[in-house]
Design a protein around this ligand. Structure first.
Ligand SMILES: Nc1nc2c(ncn2[C@@H]2O[C@H](COP(=O)(O)OP(=O)(O)O)[C@@H](O)[C@H]2O)c(=O)[nH]1
Ligand SMILES: [Mg+2]
Length: 296
């Protein structure tokens, strides 16, 4: 499908918004196989992650094919990105997100912006079964899609002197969801894969994200330590969401903050990942926190 290559000249971020060029419109009916399917799908701008999920293509493959089509001039990427730079519009978008029909974003974003909305990325992390999938699903306007990332790792042989490398390929299901915050602003939520052996995917997921929500189950707090460590080390703003599995709040946020040894300004809140309002509040807290951090 990708001619054995793993990279096309154009690198495609998972949240990059892909849209069709006039040249792409012209050839849409004539390309075959996955290339044709991608062009047919992208009648409306969407992210590489969505393309992967809709076409049941491993994420890595979808990104390479999209990159090729960009190189050929059939697709284009929105290169403007809100990632890493939360602004007030995002906060406003999040506050209004309960009434999608009322949302209007009037700011003139300048040339080149008309074709595709700007993606904003937030990562949802935590240990196993803390509610990541529920969290993403409760707020996403699209059916929660999972996509498979085909992964090839080269691991060094056990015997140092042999310098033998072995390749293993594995797949992982990833949660992601979408929330339109305005006609030109789309929030993408990406859930981190729970298992330790997928740690190396985090850099890709987290690159450019404005922040993260770390979900915790207070009965097994230690499960979130790796996520907290990761975000602190990479200086990604995050909020901690205590998921109320027993239906009532049994822990004081200050106690949890202390147990996690996170900074005093890190928001720790209670939530129910199954409730849209609750999820939205957590996202709002995060955007607010990220804004404060960015302007500090
Ligand atoms: N009571 C309660 N159950 C939840 C909540 N969030 C998730 N669950 C349940 O906990 C289980 C694990 O949730 P899931 O989202 O699959 O966890 P993940 O492994 O982090 O993706 C599922 O059965 C959910 O329905 C919550 O806020 N409260
Ligand atoms: Mg899950």
């Amino acid at each position: 499908m990708t001619g054995g290559r793993t990279r096309s000249a154009t690198e495609v971020a998972i949240e990059a918004i892909v849209y069709r060029t006039p040249r792409g419109d012209a050839v849409a009916g004539s390309l075959s196989f996955e290339r044709g399917q991608i062009l047919a799908l992208v009648t409306a701008p969407q992210s590489a992650a969505e393309i992967s999920a809709h076409l049941h293509l491993p994420l890595g493959v979808a990104r390479v094919l999209v990159g090729d089509l960009v190189d050929e001039g059939f697709l284009a990427l929105n290169t403007r990105s809100a990632t890493g730079r939360p602004d007030l519009r995002l906060l406003e978008g999040c506050s209004m997100a309960s009434e999608p029909s009322d949302m209007v974003v009037t700011d003139d974003l300048g040339p080149g912006s008309a074709s595709a909305p700007m993606p904003v990325k937030i990562v949802v992390a935590g240990g196993f079964a803390v509610g990541k999938t529920r969290f993403v699903g409760s707020i996403s306007e699209i059916e929660p899609l999972t996509t498979e990332a085909a992964l090839t790792r080269v691991s060094e042989g056990v015997d140092d002197t042999s310098k033998v490398s072995t390749k293993t390929t594995t797949t992982v299901a990833m949660d992601f969801g979408r929330l339109t915050l305005g006609e030109d602003l789309i929030l993408y939520l990406f859930g981190t894969p729970g298992q330790d052996r997928f740690w190396f995917m985090w850099d890709d997921l987290v690159r450019g994200a404005i922040g993260a929500v770390v979900l915790i189950d207070t009965r097994r707090l230690e499960d979130c330590f790796p996520a907290v460590d990761y975000f602190e080390e990479h200086q990604i703003p995050f909020v901690v969401g205590m998921n109320c599995f027993d239906g009532e709040m049994t822990h004081d946020p200050d106690d949890v903050r202390e147990a996690l040894a996170v900074s005093p300004d890190t928001p720790v809140l209670t939530l129910d990942a199954r409730e849209r309002e609750s999820t939205r509040n957590a996202l709002l807290e995060l955007v607010q926190h990220a804004l404060v951090r960015a302007t500090a």
